[in-house]
Design a protein around this ligand. Structure first.
Ligand SMILES: *Cc1c(COP(=O)(O)O)cnc(C)c1O
Length: 356
């Protein structure tokens, strides 16, 4: 049976990226060696890295003065590296979910943390809009897509202090104005590639703000000076990211991908909004295009397990909601084809007919 992979992360990748990565594992570009066997200092890998950086810059329209680097440690290590490098006295954070909370927790090791607004009062079902970022903050940290709760900041905000964004789960899902940000980071395993690599887009001028002595591996300066090659980078994961970037380019770029994402999300949100038994969990003006969360209405709550079982028979994978929200979460990342979203909507309709 065809599987429809709605996993939240690691998650669906473009089929072509998986196939080409498999080929590269067997024999990279016909050189007679596996991608897994080459030196990260070889010209073969340098070409992979160079193309990955160039495509990333091209697809996101990254202006001069920014670097993109690939590191290990996941987005979670960035929660610590960011304040280690840039929190000298006080930093501002927007608390929009568990990932934001984890970032806040790490920042507190390094200085004062000002949480400018939080949606914890309503289980993170919305993104706060009214807040003031203190002018003397070293930076302002936001999580653009709240993977667990299904809310998203889908615009590039103006900010008078350096703006830092965790874009783990919505990078490359829409065009962004990079110039509004000083640092953007994320784990690859949601919308870009396999687990094991973290991307960091960083404005070089931000480095001038570092006041601390920082251990070599945790200093951004190290990884900018020897771009992604201070130590052995995650060679395989970077290669799969490259294949994903090539796929995005072949579709016409990030704007084309965004148009598809909007179509997919509208299809599912319309089904939820018009349903007798399902209901969305996120405020309409904060809804994510990447993680679509919904539950059953109160009078149908006891049917959630039955729907989960039913959906399984239709090939749905990974639609169980995170334990802190319950219900269902369909992750509709870039690589998710609209046919799979349609199949989920069909399953919801069929179940509703039989049960409502
Ligand atoms: C998954 C996720 C993380 C954690 O990523 P790791 O690479 O596992 O550390 C952080 N932030 C967001 C928004 C995520 O979705």
């Amino acid at each position: 049976m065809k599987k429809h992979n709605f996993n939240a992360g690691p998650s669906i990748l473009p089929r072509i990226a998986v196939e080409n990565s498999a080929k590269a594992i067997l024999d990279l570009n016909g050189i007679g060696l596996s991608l897994l066997e080459i030196s990260h200092r070889s010209k073969d890998f340098q070409a992979i890295l160079d193309e990955t950086v160039a495509l990333f810059k091209e697809l996101l329209n990254i202006p001069a003065g920014y670097q993109i680097i690939f590191l290990g440690g996941g987005a979670s290590l960035q929660f610590c590296m960011i304040p280690y490098n840039f929190l000298n006295k006080k930093a501002a954070y927007l608390e929009t979910g568990v990932w934001a909370q984890k970032a806040i927790k790490e920042a507190k090791f390094f200085g004062e943390v000002n949480v400018v607004a939080s949606s914890a009062d309503k289980n993170f079902c919305y993104v706060p809009k009214d807040f003031t970022v203190p002018a003397d903050a070293d930076y302002f940290h936001i999580t653009t897509n709240n993977t667990i709760y299904g809310s998203e900041i889908r615009y590039d905000m103006d900010c008078q202090v350096p703006l830092i964004a965790d874009m783990s789960s919505d990078i490359l899902s829409r065009p962004i104005d990079i110039s509004k940000y000083d640092l953007i980071y994320g784990g690859a395993q949601k919308n870009l590639g396999p687990a094991g690599v973290t991307f960091v887009i960083i404005k070089e001028a931000l480095l001038a703000k570092v006041e601390r002595k920082i251990p070599t591996m945790l200093s951004y300066a190290t990884h900018i000076k020897e771009p992604s090659l201070y130590n052995t980078p995650p060679v395989f994961a970077i290669y799969t990211c490259l294949e994903t970037l090539r796929w995005i380019k072949s579709l016409g770029g990030v704007a084309a991908v965004e148009a598809m994402n909007i179509k997919k999300a509208n299809l599912l949100y319309d089904a939820i909004d018009n349903s007798k038994i399902f209901v969305g969990t996120v405020a309409k003006d904060s809804r994510s295009l990447m993680n679509i969360c919904f539950v059953m209405k109160e009078q149908y709550k006891d049917k959630e397990d039955a729907f989960m079982e039913f959906a399984k028979t239709k090939g749905m994978i990974g639609i169980k909601g995170h334990r802190s929200v319950g219900g269902f979460r369909a992750s509709t990342y870039n690589a998710m084809p609209i046919e799979s979203v349609q199949a989920l909507v069909d399953a919801m309709h069929e179940f509703e007919k039989a049960n409502a």
